[in-house]
Ligand binder design. Sequence first.
Ligand code: ADP
Length: 482
Amino acid sequence: MKNILFVASECVPFVKTGGLADVVGTLPKKFDRSEYDCRVIIPNYRCIPDEYRNNFKYIHHFYMDMGQRFSSVHVGIMEYELDGIKFYFVDNLFYFGGSSPYADTRFDIEKFIYFSKAVMAILPVINFHPDIIHCHDWQAGLVPVYLHTLYRDNAFFNGTKTIFTIHNLRFQGIWDIKTIRSLSGLPDWVFTPDKLEYHEDANMLKGGLVYADYITTVSDTYAGEIQSAYYGEGLDGLLRARNQSLCGIVNGIDYDAYNPETDGLIAKKYNSRSFKKGKAENKRALQEQLGLPVDNGKFVISIISRLTSQKGLDLVRYALDRILDDNTQLIVLGTGDGQYENLFREYAWRLNNKVSANIYFNEELAHRIYAGSDAVLVPSLFEPCGLTQLIGLRYGSVPIVRETGGLRDTVAPYNEYDGTGIGFSFANYNGDELLNTINYAKHIFFDCPKEWEQMVSRGMKTDYSWVNSARRYEDLYDRISN
Ligand code: ADP
C-alpha cells in the first residue's frame, strides 16, 4: 500500500473557484484503493458550506512559529471522510476566515506559507507517512522546499518523494525575499537564482519546481508549451532544464457528477441516443429561466468561465457584434475582471433578446447551461487543460476552442470530408479566426443538421473520464517512490 497526500488550496465539493478543485476532489477517488491510500489536505476556509463544516471532526491542535510576525500561531486539524476518502482541513480563522479562498495578494502569500508549513508539521501529528506528497499549484509550492531543508533530517519523512502538478503556470506566489524568508523560516541559501529567487524576489511556485522529484502538468501540449518563452511565464528555462522529470497527464472529469443521464440539476435527462429531444427540452427550460426568447431554432453558444484575459475574451469582444446575428444567442456564466463582466452586462442590457449575462458563480446553472447549449466557446490565450470543453462534450454541447494546451489535445476538429472530429478549432490568437470558426460551426449547425447530430453523438461517446489518467498517475507514483 502506498500513501499519497494531495496538498491543494481548493477541492470539490468543499470549495471551488476553478478546475483545480474538480481535479483535487475527483482524482483521489479514481485510484485503486487496494494499492493507494490517497488523502487530501486543504485549508478549513470559513466559506466552506456549513453542511460540511459542521460535521468536520476535530483531531488535534498545536502552535507554530510564523517568523517575525507571530511566534505562536494556532494550527487546528479537522477531518472528514467522503466517498471513502479522508480529507484533512488546516484550521486557522485568522488566515482562512475570509469570504473566498483568495483575496489580497500579500495576505495570500502569507496564508499559503502558513498552510505549507502547517501541512509539514501536521503529518507526524496524524501519523500519516506519505510515500508521495503530491503538491498542486503555487499554494503548495513550499512543501517540497521544506522537505529538502527544515525537514531534511527528520526521520518521519524518510523516503518521502514529491510531485508537483502545474494547473496554471501564470499564478506563482511572488513577493519580496525578506518577507517570504521571514514568514517561512527557510534558510538564506534557498533564496538564490537557482532556487527560489526570481528577478530579486522570491517565487513560491519556482521553489516547488526546483525541489519536487517530478513535475507534471495537465496536458501533453501544455507540457511542451511551457518550455517556450511565449507560454513559460518566465520559468521556461527552468522547465527546459527539468525536461527529463516533466510530463503531461491530461485531466478527466467526474463522470458521476457530470452525467446528463442522471443529472438531477437539469430539466430533462438524456443520453447519447436521446440527446436530440433531451437537449431541446433543456434549451427551452434554459431560455425560459434566463429570459431569452424561447426558440429551439436559435444557435445557443455559452461561455462558462473565469472572466480573465487567459480565457480569450479579448477575441470575443472583438468579434461579438458579428457573432450575434439574429439566429444566435449567447449565454455567459462567470466572474472575474470588471472589464469583461461589464462587457457582457452591457451587451445583455442592450441586446436582451440575444445575450444573457450571469455574473456570479453557480454550479446548478452551469449544469443547466451545459445541457441546454448547442456549443461551448473556449478561445483561450493559453489553457493548461480546460474542463469546460470536456463537460460540454459530455453534455452534447460542441466545443469551439483555440488550439492550445489541453484544448488542442482533447478537441479533435470536425472534418467534413471524412466525417470525423468532435468540435471546432482555430490556431492563432486572432479575432477574425475566431469569427470564421464560429461561422463555420453555424453553417454545419443550420445547413447540415445530420452531420451536426453525428458530431454531438461522437463527442458524447468520447471517453474523458479519469480512468486512463488515474492509471498514469499510479504508474508515476510507482516509478518515483521505489
Ligand atoms: P480554470 O481552472 O482555468 O478556471 P477549467 O476549465 O479548468 O478552468 O475549469 C473551470 C471549472 O469551473 C469548470 O468546472 C466550470 O464549469 C466551472 N466554472 C467556471 N466558472 C463558473 C461559474 N461562474 N459558475 C459555475 N461554475 C463555473
